[in-house]
Design a protein around this ligand. Sequence first.
Ligand code: KG4
Ligand code: ZN
Length: 355
Amino acid sequence: MPLTILGIETSCDETAAAVYQEGPGVLSSALFSQIKLHQQYGGVVPEIASRSHLEKINPIITQALLEAKLTHTESKKDSQEIKNPALAPIDVIAVTNKPGLPGSLLVGVCFAKSLSWVLDKPLIGIDHLEAHIFSSFLEQQVPFPHLCLAASGGHTALYLVHDFGSYQILGQTLDDAAGEAFDKIAKVLNLEYPGGPIIEKQAEQEGFKDFFSYPRGTQQSTLDFSFSGLKTAVLYDLVKRNAYDLQSKKLLNDAQELKQQVASSLLVCVTDIFKHKIERALKHYPEIKAITFVGGVACNRYIKTQLQELCAKHEKPLFVPSPKYCGDNAAMVAFVGYYKAKRNQFDDLFLDILK
Ligand code: KG4
Ligand code: ZN
């Protein structure tokens, strides 16, 4: 019988569930995005997030199970005793237990533990970042060792990936994440949350030109990132142009043209920083066979195209998951659950969350 994993993800503002099966791969990936609930606040409100997870977790898991169209086989353990027949073919329950918003993580972990106990099926706690790192395998085979650039709203880091479950961090953000920089600057510009997609749209209007040459910090010799300085640089540049008032925290010049030029310069700047760090990593680690770009920011078509050109120059293939697997999803959680289950790396019902 092929190993079948139910993955559950509730670390931030997406309630997600997926079924992954040895052989065919992803059988279903269901998701409820809370973006609309948080939009009016310009960012994720933890209390609203956990309440929404509570409401949605049951229907989303049910949707994932139904869409997987798993067939009921008597050979699966105790299948006749399980009330919900769609759960019978599930062998393992994998759930994100770190890092994330504590209240949100708790909803997924408590639900997964209850299922594991009631169904008497093994449980595996999954690191959300590990899930992003291996999300590139949901649709393709990536050679090892490879370099992974993971960029989302909460994290930005470069990893040297040796094998499934074996990776080393080469550099990470010392303050804000890249997606966070897009979100925060979008807020300054009175653009809606999340900032990344709207910054990309605005930048496109200006043909991705660099108007304001924001600092890249490329003199730094490490592989670490820092995006908080960039956010401050954008803010002070707006003040210098009499477009922003620091005291009232208000945008004084709401002109569309200025917003588009800021967005365009920002996107080009972040892309240059990514390119610079990747080139530095390739120089230090010549054994790298490929590059992967994952996380919500990897939805950005401009950055993707630029990285494609860079990788072609270095004769290394670039792998970027489809947008549905770049942002938070449970298929990547189920996939990590799959290779951990193959190695018998299970957890018990004392599994806890870690911020
Ligand atoms: O991976 P993700 O869905 O959630 C986290 O784990 O954080 O990433 C969300 C982040 C947000 O900061 C959002 O602004 C950014 O990804 N993002 C983008 C784009 N789409 C989403 N950033 C740049 N360009 C995009 N098209
Ligand atoms: Zn994420």
